[in-house]
Write a protein that binds this ligand. Sequence first.
Ligand code: PEP
Length: 261
Amino acid sequence: MNRPLVIGNWKMNLDFVEAVHLTQQISVLLKNQPSAHTDVVVAPPFVDLRSVASVLEAERSNVALAAQHVNPHEAGAHTGEVSQAMLARLGVTWVLVGHSERRTHYAMDDAVVAATLSTVVRSGANAVLCVGEDESARDDGEYASVVSAQLASALAGLEEKSRALVTVAYEPIWAIGTGRSAAPEQIHEMATVLRRELTALGCGEARVLYGGSVTGENAAAILVEGGVDGFLVGGASLKSDSFVAIIRACDDCYAGLANRR
Ligand code: PEP
């Protein structure tokens, strides 16, 4: 098992005052009981990034900063968009790429996902490539082929030296924000498929995360039985207690597995 990674995706929630409060609460909880084994990242809305970065710096926190999206172009006539260089100046070291909400609601197709992924890793930042099937693909038994196609299209053109910066998040769309997490055995099946494909694409070291209605209660079972390296968390990342509970579950599982080795 790789070192676990937990990323909180705040989506379009929390203004900068609320974001500062949540960041302070997470920092205090992790200062009182540091996470020994788990890497932690938060992905606030763009307008909160500067404030959250200041709190993390003031608290000397190990929590890293992610953006939820970036435009693949360098600069210019892209009203409403933000560039990778702008994010880097703010201390953003992670970027979510191709979240299903961007693919579904903002016309982010596979070509734009691939271009965005390439922009992020060429800059030296870490990319979290989000893949996952919708409910009809799951019902039709097409889930593995849908997800494999998303993966291949995003990774095919990547330079070898950038591949170490890729993390993959398996997020079945039907499990996101529904309270209906995928079962550990479904996650295990997809993690196995993803690892096989990643190896074939030259990204065999990439961490594989799961996202979709993860909570402090189901995190341990998913981590151990699902065979993933951590989580991309939406709803449960908006409260410090539930977010830190997921981090603690990862820490405990990793320590337990390490002791058994
Ligand atoms: C997400 O949006 O990436 C996500 C996994 O959301 P939730 O945890 O709320 O299902």
